[in-house]
Ligand binder design. Structure first.
Ligand code: PTT
Ligand code: SF4
Length: 610
């Protein structure tokens, strides 16, 4: 089989055993790779209702047919498992040499179950898997872990690791690589920690099987050249995602004071132009010529990588308007292995709850040192940090007194960095994303701002579904970075050409979209199966703050969402998706997507509509 290696590596940490297994070509053609593989494996192999932090959960590193083959932005890897934060499907997308090396070692996915008796490193070295004692590394942060491991392996080795947050099962701990690439927002780092797995080192020396290597080489070179010609390229290289700060401020969508407001008086101090003044370099994922990780010297005089989400969630959302300090918080999060988006949410929630006098801990907006100390308390689960380490949904349930209204999450995953008081489509996008409130599946905010924010129209629903299929389905399965297309307008035709060169097959784009739909519906089925006892359409409603408390500042002062209109929009969205009024895929929808077996299984947990 060209394009895919056709092999998964199944690792059992209970037995220190790894077995390579060929899989059926139909699986590749039906689910493509990455998120598609992860969803299928979790659906088929995970015992329903399994505790996400138990040895039975499976941690999956999965790639696609374009991963690592040398074409632009192909150094990406999906890391997935049942999420300890949400109890549903969880994944993230990390840029790392691990992606390239895993494929060169001969695997499209590595599936890890069990729990090592004591901390280990898994070293995947072509067809040999070693389990190396990691007692000495346990407790180290992710930067030090990688620095200690790096000299022991070939320079091309790809390493992913967890920090103290993952070791302590913080529910929003991530997996980290290359000192600043982080993936797996819904607690993939905690799942890794629950398995006593400190790091995975990937080394591969085989050729990734490509049908037409010469075509692939030429097409890759042409793709890199094409990216350089894109009108937005130069500004992207200057600021990457950071220019979004100024854009959000202009459009009242900047997360501020725990999403209470959409504008921040010190926005220009943490924005793209402020960043340019202190930038010392830029970094990124492998095989990329539009590297977007801006490196700045932080207030501790250390190098820190900053992106839009990081600087707003650890900046405006907690009232901090000093970029060097924000960058330092960002670096601490990377070191400890904490997701910055959820972290900014739990800190914002805690500050607001403290200000309202509902907890005895004294927290204030905009205090750098205090927040830094709280971040450490969360990672080490000290005192009130232990409550926050469970995420905002659980913290609000514990604190009560109506605090759930300002716990900003969907299905347990904290919302990404776009305020939705005046953005109904973005709110719906969060509410129906595959992993909880993540912007990755449908970043509709800029389209919505352009085409009218007030409306709850059918057009918006269509756009969300289109984006979910493309971003949450096609890019997550291929598995390549979406930024060339979504930020620079790199044409989608490139990917069908790449696929032809890689697989030797003519795979039309609509076949990828069909596979995307299949994956997204299987993920939905997974959520429903795992949360069947308490599944309700309320889970697709965004946080109440956006419906109850209008903006008090900025040009959109007075704006908030309308629950009645949102509800109608959600119903129409369900219809468009082929789901019933509870948001559950109908039997017909699942059958049409070739998911009849899944329909039968799901029918054991909930009554399926025809
Ligand atoms: C992603 C989420 C994002 S999305 C950001 S910034 W972004 C945050 N980054 C974090 C970080 O950094 N450190 C940390 N400790 N926690 C962090 N949490 C947040 O995680 C990332 C880029 C970015 S930067 C984005 S949008 C795009 N995301 C892609 C995606 O999801 N799929 C895809 N096919 N291509 C993508 N390209 C872009 O990749 P999650 P990365 Mg990330 C420091 O993990 O769970 O998906 O959440 O992987 O290698 O850092 O690249 O403005
Ligand atoms: Fe990674 Fe940024 Fe390049 Fe995408 S554009 S591959 S996120 S460095």
């Amino acid at each position: 089989m060209f394009g895919w290696t056709g092999v998964f590596l199944n690792v059992d940490l209970n037995k220190n055993k790894a077995v390579a297994e060929s899989y059926d070509a139909n699986l590749a053609l039906s689910f493509v790779g990455g998120r598609g593989f992860a969803a299928k494996i979790l659906w088929d192999e995970l015992k329903p209702g399994v505790n996400p932090l138990s040895p039975e959960n499976k941690l999956i590193f999965a790639a696609g047919p374009l991963t690592g083959v040398g074409l632009p932005n192909s150094g990406k890897l999906v890391v997935a498992a049942k999420s300890p934060l949400t109890g549903g499907y969880g994944d993230g997308n990390i840029g790392s040499w691990a992606a390239v090396q895993m494929r060169k070692a001969g695997y499209d996915a590595v599936i890890i179950e069990g729990k090592a008796e004591t901390p280990v490193i898994l070293h995947i070295n072509d067809n040999i898997a070693e389990f190396i004692d990691a007692k000495d590394l346990w407790g180290l942060n992710t930067f030090d872990t990688e620095a200690q491991l790096k000299p022991l392996y070939e320079s091309a080795a790809g390493i992913v690791s967890i920090g103290p947050a993952g070791e302590n099962h913080v529910k929003f701990a991530t997996v980290v690589s290359q000192g600043g690439r982080a993936g797996g927002r819904p607690g993939m780092g905690a799942v890794m920690g629950s398995k006593n797995l400190k790091a995975v080192v990937f080394e591969g020396r085989r050729d990734i099987p490509v049908a037409y290597p010469r075509d692939m080489k030429e097409l890759s070179a042409a793709g890199y050249r094409e990216i350089l010609t894109k009108p937005n390229f130069a500004f992207w290289k200057r600021q990457g995602t950071m220019s979004t700060v100024e854009w959000c401020q202009e459009n009242s969508t900047l997360p501020t004071f725990n999403f209470r407001e959409g504008v921040f008086e010190k926005a220009n101090k943490i924005g793209g132009f402020a960043m340019e003044k202190i930038r010392v370099g830029n970094r990124g994922c492998p095989q990329c010529n539009m590297t977007c990780g801006n490196v700045v010297k932080d207030s501790d005089r250390k190098e820190a990588e900053v992106d839009y989400e990081n600087v707003t969630m650890l900046g405006s959302n907690i009232g901090l308007g000093n970029l060097k300090q924000v960058a330092a918080l960002n670096r601490v999060a990377d070191e400890l292995g904490l997701d910055t988006i959820s972290l900014g949410n739990v800190l914002g929630f805690a500050i607001e709850t403290s200000q309202k006098g509902l907890i005895s801990e004294k927290l204030q907006w905009g205090k750098y040192k205090e927040n830094k100390a709280w971040i450490e308390d969360i990672a080490y689960r000290r005192g009130f940090g232990d409550v926050l380490a469970e995420g905002v949904q659980a913290a609000a349930a514990k604190i009560g007194h109506g605090s759930a209204d300002w716990a900003m999450h969907v299905k347990g995953l904290e919302v990404s960095a776009y305020d939705c008081h005046a953005a109904p489509a973005m709110a719906l996008s969060y509410a129906t994303s595959s992993v909880g409130a993540h912007h990755k599946d449908a970043w509709i905010i800029s389209w919505e701002v352009k085409f009218g924010r007030e409306s709850y129209s059918e057009e918006k629903i269509n756009k969300i579904v289109e984006m979910q299929r493309l971003r949450g389905g096609v890019f997550e399965s291929l598995t390549v970075c979406r930024f060339p297309t979504t930020s620079l307008d790199f044409e989608l035709e490139w990917y069908t050409k790449y696929l032809h060169a890689a697989t030797g097959r003519e795979i039309p784009f609509n076949a990828l979209v069909y596979a995307a739909d299949k994956t997204l519906n299987l993920i939905r089925a997974f959520w429903i199966r795992e949360r069947a006892s308490n599944w309700t359409r309320e889970m697709d409603i965004p946080p109440m703050r956006w419906f109850k408390e209008p903006l008090t500042k900025g040009p959109l002062k007075g704006s908030m969402l309308d629950l009645g209109k949102y509800d109608v929009m959600l119903k129409k969205y369900y219809r468009k998706r082929g789901w019933d009024e509870r948001g559950i895929p109908t039997k017909t929808t699942l059958q049409k997507l070739g998911l009849s077996d899944a329909a039968k299984q799901l029918g054991k947990y909930v009554n399926l509509s025809e």
